[in-house]
Design a protein around this ligand. Structure first.
Ligand code: G3P
Ligand code: MG
Length: 241
């Protein structure tokens, strides 16, 4: 069972920052999950919310700010330790670093609430620039983004994110669309659904596994990967099995 650090090691460090990513590597995570959006001037940036207010000292929409403006903001607003500054990383900056590691990266295309024209193509261009095609896979709640990514880069795998209520028959649906992974919320999942996915050759990566019960169930059900805010705990558990 692969361990993906959700927004980096976000249980202890500011989410979607280079600090959280480097700490995930130190915690021996197999991979990292991160969220991407587009700046006003068309740069791919790593941030979860469509608005800046929750995680940074800025306000308003990501899409209304240039990369230079975004990089001046402190993305460590929620970080309790002192007054450290950690910027919003560009996807290019992240890929330059990730290409020096063995990490697998799940790039979540945040196109479910805001449509960012060209986001998929720009991500693919950066991934290719850093030779990361085999170490990256996409996911999105907006499955049209996955169809777009598949057309532009057939070698890059994709996972269908589904909301908390899940999707019965997900394995069949995911395989019929030519996708590779089903990404359900733990709360919606059961062993039979994992089996249905595996019967269709679809792997299951589960979000967001932050309790021991969820960790144990996922492991027992033969889940392929988990997204967790606490990769160190998950690594200790998996290594002890
Ligand atoms: O990709 C798993 C998870 O990150 C999906 O939800 O809201 O944390 O991006 P969210
Ligand atoms: Mg995400």
């Amino acid at each position: 069972m692969k361990i993906f650090a959700h927004r980096g090691y976000s249980g202890a460090y500011p989410e979607n920052t280079m600090l959280a990513f480097t700490k995930a590597l130190e915690a021996d995570a197999d991979g990292i999950e991160l969220d991407v959006q587009l700046s006003k001037d068309g740069h791919v940036v790593i941030i979860h919310d469509e608005k800046l207010d929750r995680t940074t000292d800025g306000s308003g929409k990501v899409a209304d700010h240039t990369l230079a403006e975004l990089q001046k903001l402190n993305a460590a607003k929620l970080y309790k330790r002192g007054s450290e500054f950690h910027s919003i990383p560009s996807f290019d900056e992240y890929c330059a670093w990730a290409s020096t590691t063995e990490l697998i990266t799940n790039v979540e295309l945040k196109t479910g609430l805001v449509y960012y024209p060209g986001l998929e193509a720009k991500c693919i261009e950066i991934i290719k620039k850093h030779n990361l095609e085999k170490k990256v896979f996409f996911s999105s709640f907006n499955h049209l983004s996955l169809v777009t990514a598949r057309k532009l880069a057939p070698k890059i795998k994709v996972g269908a994110l589904v909301m908390e209520w899940g999707l019965e028959g997900a394995g069949r649906a995911v395989s019929e669309y030519g996708f590779h992974y089903y990404h359900p919320a733990f709360e919606s999942l059961c062993k039979a659904q994992v089996e249905e996915c595996h019967a269709h050759d679809v792997k299951v990566n589960v979000w967001t596994v932050n309790s021991m019960k969820a960790l144990e169930d996922c492991y027992a059900w033969g889940v392929d990967g988990i997204f967790t805010d606490f990769p160190k705990v998950a690594r200790a558990y998996v290594d002890a099995q």
